[in-house]
Design a protein around this ligand. Structure first.
Ligand code: ZN
Length: 351
């Protein structure tokens, strides 16, 4: 009889602790709906209040239409040694909210794992001993609002938005609020050569690089961030193709094979394709990844999450878990594990 009671108590305790653990690891980030700018702001605030010990949130700056661009910084302040800065950016392209959701979910799971080792990332705390993370989950809030026809807060700009050349429906919008493709507007030294496949002379919903590099406030803010923190790895998340754009002919030689090794590892483990080394500045120039490679001589990768679907539009929001999260949830840490392993051999590249 006593044994039976003991067993029942044990079951009860196990249930509680299991429930406790599930609760402790519970995701804040919605998995299957459209991810709106207001939801991202709310999630950022919730994370901030839940994890003040390691997470600080600043406003990197404001978009062309005055929307805040949050910058999340994850740091273990108790570790005194010099840490390597890592930059993760999402949503340079307006419609690609999978990328924002991916970074927010990654950040949330990372933070939960720091508090509870039964959560997703078992060695979460070791990354904060070596690295400091700068995360920009919403680089292009105006564009995301336009793509979702979510006019609240930008109503005053409806007129100017309607005058911008629109290629396809609003839901295909890729540019910022002024009709500049942010990932064609970085000052990598090749801006003047850029003339992509979808080239537009004038502001447009996609394909317009701007009149000069850094013309778009949002691109300039991220460029300034890169210049000030000098990240050793920059991952810029997009959402089409399950591809890594990891090298261009102008800078590939600088990395002495480190870029190849890192990206091979990630491509293999996450089931992604490595694009060929981009050959012509006309096609590849002026992206964030090109900027960091050219100007700071550090690793920059454009990560295209989710398989191709031969459409402009992203896959349905309900497929995020299956197409993005399941495949790539470990991706940032795979880069870091491999980078840490190879770093002693390549340290002189970054001095
Ligand atoms: Zn993109």
């Amino acid at each position: 009889m006593q044994n039976r009671i003991r067993f029942q108590i044990l079951c009860f305790v196990l249930t509680i602790s299991h429930f406790g653990s599930a609760q402790a690891c519970k995701d804040l980030i919605e998995d299957s709906a459209v991810y709106k700018v207001s939801m991202i702001y709310e999630d950022v605030v919730q994370l901030m209040y839940g994890h003040e010990d390691v997470l600080s949130v600043q406003i990197l700056g404001f978009s062309e239409f005055g929307q805040a661009i949050p910058l999340l910084k994850l740091e273990n302040k108790d570790v005194q040694s010099t840490k390597k800065p890592i930059l993760l950016v999402a949503n340079l392209h307006a419609r690609e909210f999978y990328s924002s959701k991916f970074l927010m979910k990654f950040t949330n799971q990372f933070l939960l794992s720091l508090k509870n080792e039964r959560c997703l990332y078992k060695n979460a705390s070791k990354y904060l001993e070596e690295y400091i993370f700068y995360i920009v989950p919403l680089a292009n809030p105006d564009g995301l609002k336009i793509a979702q026809q979510d006019w609240k807060g930008i109503e005053g700009h409806r007129d100017e938005i309607s005058k911008i050349k629109r290629i396809g429906p609003y839901s295909d919008w890729k540019a910022n609020g002024k009709g500049i493709d942010l990932n064609n507007n970085f000052d990598d030294g090749n801006f003047h050569l850029k003339h992509g496949r979808l080239f537009e002379e004038k502001p447009a919903s996609q394909g317009h690089k701007g009149s000069f590099p850094g013309e778009a406030i949002e691109a300039k803010l991220i460029q300034n961030l890169v210049d000030s923190i000098h990240p050793l790895i920059t991952l810029s998340f997009h959402t089409k193709g399950d591809v890594l754009f990891w090298a261009d002919r102008g800078t590939h030689h600088k990395f002495k094979g480190l870029d190849t090794k890192l990206n091979k590892k990630v491509a293999t483990e996450c089931g992604l394709i490595m694009a060929r080394v981009s050959q012509k500045p006309k096609d590849y120039a002026a992206g964030l990844e090109n900027y960091v490679r050219a100007k700071t001589g550090t690793i920059g990768v454009c990560v295209e999450l989710s398989k191709p679907n031969n459409k402009e539009a992203q896959h349905p929001p309900s497929m995020f878990l299956e197409l993005v999260w399941k495949k790539c949830k470990n991706l940032p840490f795979i880069y870091l594990d491999e980078f840490s392993r190879l770093y002693p051999e390549y340290a002189d590249l970054f001095e």
